[in-house]
Design a protein around this ligand. Structure first.
Ligand code: BGC
Length: 922
């Protein structure tokens, strides 16, 4: 057989590598191809799924053999074999034929099926016996204000034969950590994920075989508060879901070599006690007394006669569903860049990076020595830890030593911080050290960006770090203060940037379920998901639902996941919910202007001057709300067409036209200007195609004039900012976009960078040289929204852009706009189909550009060019270069179509700061 250089990698099931416990009945499989050959393509595939490795090795695909399918599809191939059953193991591989008919075989991958039915659970939900909470002989009742004391549970059992397979299914109302025979199971933290626990609770599935032994075994668990019963958001009391009682459900299923099966499930026979964690809460922090540890409690043979039996509690009404996204993990450990002794016994550490997470402390001190760790994002002008902006989040951990040298990190809390103040018993610097544990959902980084401007590089990194700190189970606004909520506006505005930085497909698919869970009966999408329970909301904000630009995320998120990942299932699954939202908008706004029931209507949140965003009657707010409605309708029309829902496609197209007409009637003046002269108003009108074609040039001019009138500064808030540079660029004014990018003065992206920011700040004026810190009531230094410039760096600086029609980067556009101030830019981006590279260098008037188009994809390439000279590839004219189809010149670009492969283009380019003549584009 001829050999191919095509190899297959990154086999995934529902976006995850070798997931345990999947509950999709037709999970979608995908793979990636790699090849150095130009034009490498898949012409056919065959998927084989077997119940054991042995069978698969013998080509006996007893679960599914797709047969040879003549198709170039490599993503979202839905399993179509024998109906899957709880606990099935599915071992799979794919065979691929390239364009010449040569076959390649992938390595093996697997997934296992979770517990599909409630009756699969024989374990019982248990909680700590209240008897364990006694102080000085007296029972201590749970307190709605005071964080609870995590309980520990344990049970021993015998295995009389070696273990063949062992699976642990685990969940909690609260947060759990499980250990078997002294070993931690899984590396996830803060599980289960945050969902609307009234509606669904995730369970985790772990392969536990390696931890078990023939003979005596012990399984042990710790159970903390977390989102279930701890402080969440700005709540005044704990217990968001109406209960302070944590409970846990563990089911360990063991298959032994002798053929027998055993299930060890939680029940009242599990012994429980309090442990070394005195209290732990997301906002408050963790208090830990190592003297109260129970040495050996997680191993067999531990004497627990004085522990209590657990109590059984009723199971939740909510559905138990398999975890479908990457868990939260410690994703990196970083060493401080400095430590200073601020006063006797007070050390101040600087991690050099603002993170979400906690510290791992290593300490040598006598037993009973107590240390306090306080966390903050910034230092004040006296060099002291600045914590006022944390509001009521105490973010303080306290550790009491057992003595003799120890390492500790908290379990059930997290903080947003760059600086840590350690105080307590005066110890020599040499006997204490700490590192920062970076905590977040373990989504994989898929993009990188680097250019010749160090400030811009830091800006991109800041956005990446804000993503890492805020994609923590749900996309939160900030990790430090008493908030940390899944704000929808922030998430939708940052989503394109997020997809370039990390693979957020699984994470966002999970969150979209939270969004739908939070939708009201009337079809109103929430402002935050999981939903904020109104009964615990003291802010005066009513109905945290339905706000323009926030609630619209209910449409924008599925739309974006479809466009970026080619995922049709997400739009199918949320179709009803999205339609209900549009029905609601139509019902409540018969005039076609979104003027009624605007919820909290945040407007262009935190724009400049920020006060306009608080005025409820600001015409800008109605403009913004109407624009989003029109855009939702336009997106719905395209998604309906994709799903073959033609009648609905017509309905939403008509709705778009109707709202657009109302928009023009209300906000467009005869001279082509908008009645609201803000940057964001023009940006929305341009991006959302709300203007007649003839008015677009005027809109662009007004936008540029507005920027110029501010001495080339931006004034956009959360909503406008992501559109600013893309719209300027696509409108032909990349020169202005670059000017804004490289602006160093306040307000600008680089102003915080110049002043030491290592994450994106919530507001342009979070700190200014003139006024110092902004009002601490709302001033986070780790909020990703204003970092949505990342999208432009990839899309238009490096030039890696979605095709206007084909989703999922199967076809895509490579079109950089080299501008004044950058001599080089390079990005890599791993899509569903493999890695795209775009890297350009300018020296003098020579423009050199290296690109990679992954196998099985094609790119439309726009080479920036001087009028006089034709570009070349690898020293040849484009028409002579294999893999390329020369399409000729268009404006300041030369176009060609590129098949898979790597290319090195050369052209002449002197236009540092002239407008690019673009052709009309939506
Ligand atoms: C959050 C935001 C959010 C906003 C709603 C703030 O408190 O931090 O990021 O989008 O409220 O306007």
């Amino acid at each position: 057989m001829a050999s191919t250089d095509l190899s297959i990698f990154n086999l995934r099931c529902e976006y995850l590598s070798n997931p345990e416990g999947v509950d999709e009945l037709k999970p979608r499989l995908s793979w990636m191809l790699v090849s150095a050959r130009r034009g490498a393509r898949q012409s056919a595939y065959r998927v084989l799924v077997a119940s054991t490795q042995k069978l698969l090795k013998r080509d006996r695909a007893d679960l599914w053999d797709s047969g040879r399918v003549e198709s170039d599809e490599t993503a979202h191939v839905a399993y179509d074999g024998r109906p899957l059953r709880s606990r099935d193991a599915c071992v799979w591989r794919v065979e691929v034929w390239d364009e010449g008919g040569t076959r390649a075989v992938s390595p093996e991958a697997r997934w296992t099926v979770g517990l599909l039915d409630r009756t699969d659970w024989t374990a019982h939900w248990i909680a700590a016996n209240p008897k364990i909470y006694r102080r000085k002989g007296k029972a201590v009742a749970p307190n709605w204000k005071v964080p609870g004391t995590p309980a520990v549970f344990r049970r021993e059992f015998e295995l009389h034969s070696p273990v063949k397979r062992a699976t642990l299914y685990a969940t909690a109302r609260g947060l759990f950590e499980v250990r078997i025979n002294g070993q931690r199971i899984g590396s996830d933290v803060l599980c289960p994920e945050w969902t609307d626990y009234d509606k669904r609770i995730h369970y985790r599935t772990y392969d536990a075989a390696a931890a078990l032994v023939r003979g005596s075994n012990a399984v042990a668990a710790t159970l903390g508060d977390g989102w279930w019963s701890g402080y969440v958001g700005w709540q005044r009391t704990r217990g968001r879901y109406g209960s302070l009682q944590n409970s846990i459900l563990l089911q360990l299923e063991v298959q032994l070599a002798d053929g027998s099966k055993l299930i060890i499930g939680t029940d009242v026979s599990w012994r429980c006690n309090t442990g070394p964690i005195i209290s732990s809460d997301f906002m408050a922090g963790e208090v830990y007394d190592a003297r109260r540890e129970h040495p050996g409690w997680d191993r067999p043979g531990f004497a627990c006669a004085n522990w209590s039996n657990s109590i059984e509690v009723s199971p939740p009404a909510a559905a138990l569903v398999a975890q479908r996204c990457e868990p939260v993990r410690v994703t990196e450990v970083i060493k401080p860049v400095s430590v200073v002794l601020r006063s006797p016994g007070v050390l101040l550490y600087d991690l050099g990076q603002n993170i979400a997470g906690w510290v791992r402390l290593r300490i040598m001190a006598p037993t009973g020595s107590r240390f306090t760790l306080r966390h903050g994002e910034r230092l004040d002008s006296n060099g002291k830890l600045y914590t006022r902006n944390l509001r009521r989040a105490k973010a303080t951990d306290v550790y009491t030593c057992r003595g003799g040298g120890e390492t500790w990190e908290p379990r059930f809390t997290f903080h947003g911080f760059q600086y840590v103040e350690l105080s307590g018993a005066a110890v020599a610097l040499s006997s204490v050290s700490l590192v920062g544990c970076v905590v977040g959902s373990a989504t994989r980084q898929v993009g990188s960006f680097v250019c010749s401007h160090p400030g811009v590089n830091r800006l991109w990194l800041n956005a990446l770090w804000s993503q890492r700190g805020n994609f923590l189970s749900v996309p939160t606004d900030c990790p430090q203060r008493d908030e940390r909520l899944g704000w929808m506006g922030d998430a939708q505005v940052f989503l394109r940037t997020a997809t370039y930085n990390m693979d957020v497909a699984a994470f966002m698919t999970k969150w979209m379920i939270d969004v739908e869970d939070a939708q009201t009966q009337d079809g109103i999408f929430p402002d935050t998901a999981p939903r904020l329970r109104e009964d615990t909301n003291y802010t005066g904000l009513t109905d945290l639902a339905g706000s323009a630009g926030w609630a619209d995320a209910g449409v924008i998120v599925p739309w974006t996941l479809w466009r970026v990942y080619g995922d049709r299932r997400i739009i199918e699954r949320h179709w009803k919910a999205m339609t209900a939202w549009l029905d609601y908008l139509e019902r409540t706004n018969p005039g076609g202007l979104r003027a009624n029931d605007l919820g909290n209507n945040y407007g262009d949140w935190l724009c400049l001057p920020s006060d306009t965003s608080f005025r409820t009657d600001s015409p800008m707010k109605f403009l913004l709300a109407t624009a989003y409605w029109a855009d939702d309708a336009a997106k719905m029309a395209r998604m309906a067409a994709e799903l073959g829902r033609n009648r609905e496609a017509r309905r939403f197209k008509a709705m778009f036209e109707w709202v657009r007409a109302a928009f023009q009637k209300k906000f467009l003046r005869a001279d082509g200007k908008l009645t609201v002269n803000t940057q964001t108003a023009y940006l929305l009108a341009l991006e959302m195609n709300l203007l007649p074609r003839t008015a677009r040039p005027t809109a662009l001019k007004c936008l540029v004039a507005n920027i110029m009138s501010r001495d080339w500064h931006l004034s956009t808030g959360f909503i406008g900012v992501s559109r600013l540079n893309p719209m300027l660029t696509l409108g032909g004014r990349a020169d202005v976009a670059y000017r804004l990018l490289l602006q160093q003065d306040y307000p600008s992206w680089l102003y915080p960078v110049r002043h030491g920011a290592t994450t994106i700040w919530e507001r342009w004026n979070g700190w200014t040289r003139k006024d110092g810190f902004f009002n601490p009531q709302m001033n986070s230094f780790n909020h990703y929204s204003l970092g949505s410039i990342g999208e432009w760096l990839f899309r238009h600086v490096a030039g890696i852009e979605l095709d206007a029609v084909v989703p999922g980067f199967r076809k895509f556009i490579l079109r950089p706009f080299p501008g004044k101030g950058l001599n080089t830019a390079a990005a890599t981006y791993r899509t569903m189909h493999g890695e795209i590279v775009s890297s350009w260098v300018r020296s003098g008037s020579r423009f050199s550009w290296v690109v990679t188009v992954p196998p099985n994809t094609a790119a439309l390439v726009f080479i920036p060019r001087e009028h006089s000279a034709a570009p070349t590839e690898g020293g040849r004219p484009l028409s002579m270069s294999p893999g390329l189809r020369d399409l000729g010149r268009k404006g300041l670009f030369h176009l060609c179509e590129a098949a898979a492969g790597s290319y090195a283009f050369e052209s002449l380019w002197r236009h540092e700061d002239v407008p690019f003549k673009m052709f009309p584009e939506k």
